[in-house]
Design a protein around this ligand. Sequence first.
Ligand code: AHR
Length: 354
Amino acid sequence: MRTVLKRLPLRLHSCLLVFLVLLGGCSDSANPNVQQAVPSPDRSPALLSGLLPSEEVVPAKQLVLGFSQLGSESAWREANTASIREAAEEAGITLRLGNAEQDQQKQFEAIRSFIRDKVDVIAVAPVVQTGWEPILLEIRQAGIPVIIVDRSVNVEDSSLYVTFIGSDFYQEGVKAAKYVIDKMRHHPEAIRIAELQGTVGSTPSIDRGRGFRKLMEERPNLRITMSAPADFTQSGGREVMRTFLQQPEEKWPRVLFSHNDDMAIGAVEAIREAGLVPGKDIIIVSVDGTRRAFEQMVAGNINAVVECNPLLGPLLMQAAAEIMAGRTLPKRMVTPEDIYTQELAAMEVANRKY
Ligand code: AHR
């Protein structure tokens, strides 16, 4: 691993060092162990040369990272996997990657194979929040450090993992709600909202739903009248939206909150099939910020998108290398994210990296 950090580009060193010195402005940032990951890997970080003396951090053998990816359900996930593959290659880290196809048991199997192979570090993007204690204990017994990526785990003993790198999903729900409240500010009448949830039991679905509802409590005329899971897939979004629109017309929603872009794009198809105009008859806000969603915003079909950054590869590689070098990491690293509306979409679409 001595070679590993030498091969890590300087900008990766700088990314993590910036985590260590900047406090995040997100919902859990009151905790001193929460750091906001500024800048994000796609935003040309400033170079902080000389801050990591190579004698201290360069390990003796090549780092092997086992990564249990939860699936390939969305454009976000594809971008996340690609980012992790590319960053590993760039850093000279050997990556063992298992795709669990949204099945927690398959994640356990992949993790056990990483343990058998004696990898140096295990990273997990957990499909759901619960059920992780036993496998994390197995990893601990094997003496392998764990990094949680993207979605979180509900465990009583947080020392079972070193750090959790990913978005603040609760804040994403809050941002979506703020947009809806503002958009509907001239509508005192009762407004029906439909919600397309992601995978049942997953952190983004739970937390985006909570954040959104929290703000809706302040506006009694804005009510979620339909809500169902669609597994973060485009086909799921299309099917569930069809069932929403099979209701009598007086029950149709005026607003759709979709927990991700793929489901929103599926819903756009269903809305058209029903003879309605997406983005006008039904106001749509979704989460992720994929290029496809930006194109839909430019076309007027989606009204706003809350960003959720999947480009976590460089941060993950840096964290793995830092752990191997014996450094202490913040328990939580949060990626900074924005919200985009139709007005900004045309300007931004060409800049989207995923
Ligand atoms: O965990 C992140 C979520 O998972 C993304 O919002 C969604 O698109 C993906 O499938």
